[in-house]
Design a protein around this ligand. Structure first.
Ligand code: KG4
Ligand code: ZN
Length: 364
């Protein structure tokens, strides 16, 4: 029987500075604390994450977030078994801040250090939230990520496909800006779409007829731009109903694209005959009820259980990094002081590299 371990997790790869303490064994863990300091206000004036500002904010807040996480867990550094830190992919300044902090703590305390791939953290979240058994199918959809993965084990992931350009959250944010809605764009578009006609604009479903599980969202974004320009040229501006219809039609196109490729991914995954077929979705975009509904429908059609872990564990956090550390310590040795920060770090080194890098950093 594996003994329970207590890990400190540290995450600083994008615009959230996070620390958490998680205790347990693989597939059965408890989050003792999870502190996330967001930076949305710092970047608001720039229309995207500014890497230099992000790196400085991480450097200023990492120690504060770690102290807060330990306090909330009612622990001190000596109670920890190990330290896990995101070592990539992400904005390099932030990742370096986290890795250096973790190395300093590991060296000072003599505790083992585990460098964790940020995407592995996301992909292993269903194990933390619900103890889901391997292999499961995972869709990561956020402002920086979009990929289908089969999770075979704590450090074995097979990428079936993903976006070849923008991530869906990025597309939501850009479309919100195009049609005059606020940021973050996802919730704003979802809200506007509630009163909209999803059939008014026939937006494309890019790559729908291409075999495989790859997706594309940049053409869709351009189609929204054209439709908006046509409306502005005709009427001199956008009416509230136009905004709602554009939002609803765009959201429907994203939901359709994701659902269509999910069907392909499910077919590939089910060919493995998993004993408890499960389709998990994580990332900020998974908060969208239309998209979540479309994914759940496909999952049910294919006979797989559908799971969306609680949003606080799906968006960037350090509990998922600590949990990934607990999973991975079973299958590999700790990292040394030569652990490096990597802006690009594919989860699946067997599959071909993905293209593109979003405003929030490398996608794979
Ligand atoms: O996972 P997340 O918090 O951060 C990373 O990107 O890593 O995801 C944020 C993204 C943003 O692009 C945001 O617009 C999108 O998720 N998002 C949504 C919704 N809520 C957040 N997109 C669509 N519908 C939503 N309700
Ligand atoms: Zn993330």
């Amino acid at each position: 029987m594996t003994r329970a371990h207590t890990f400190l997790g540290i995450e600083s790869s994008c615009d959230d500075t996070a620390a958490a303490v998680v205790r347990g064994v693989p597939g059965d863990m408890v989050v003792l604390s999870s502190v996330v300091y967001g930076q949305t206000d710092l970047h608001a004036a720039y229309g995207g994450v500014v890497p230099e500002i992000a790196a400085r904010a991480h450097a200023e807040r990492l120690d504060v977030s770690i102290v807060a996480a330990l306090e909330q867990a009612e622990m001190t550094l000596s109670d920890l078994d190990a330290i896990a830190v995101t070592c990539g992919p992400g904005l390099i300044g932030g990742v370096v801040s986290g890795v250096m902090t973790a190395k300093g703590l590991a060296m000072a305390t003599g505790k083992p250090l585990y460098g964790v791939n940020h995407l592995a953290g996301h992909a292993l979240t269903p194990r933390l939230s619900d103890g889901v058994q391997f292999p499961y199918l995972m869709l990561l959809v956020s402002g920086g990520h979009c990929q289908f993965l089969i999770a075979h084990g704590p450090d074995r992931f097979e990428r079936l496909g993903g976006t070849i350009d923008d991530a869906p959250g990025e597309a939501f944010d850009k479309v919100a800006r195009l049609i005059g809605l606020g940021q973050p764009g996802g919730p704003a578009v979802e809200e506007a779409a509630r009163d909209g006609d999803a059939a008014r604009f026939a937006f494309p479903r890019p790559l729908a007829n291409k075999p495989g599980c790859d997706l594309s969202f940049s053409g869709l974004k351009t189609a929204v731009l054209r439709a908006r320009d046509d409306l502005v040229a005709e009427a001199g501006g956008l009416h509230e109903q136009d905004q709602a219809d554009l939002a609803a039609s765009f959201q429907a196109a994203v939901a359709d694209s994701l659902a269509g490729k999910s069907a392909r991914a499910l077919a590939a995954y089910l060919a493995l005959s998993p004993s408890n077929p499960t389709f998990c979705v994580a990332g900020g975009v998974a908060a969208n009820m239309t998209i979540r509904g479309a994914l759940e429908t496909v999952s049910v059609e294919y006979g797989a259980a559908f799971l969306a872990p609680p949003l606080a564990l799906c968006t960037d956090n350090a509990a998922m990094i600590a949990a990934a550390g607990i999973e991975q310590m079973q299958v590999r040795a700790p990292d040394g002081m030569d652990l490096s920060a990597r802006p690009r770090m594919p989860l699946d080194t067997q599959s071909a590299a993905m293209l593109g890098s979003g405003k929030k950093g490398a996608k794979a």
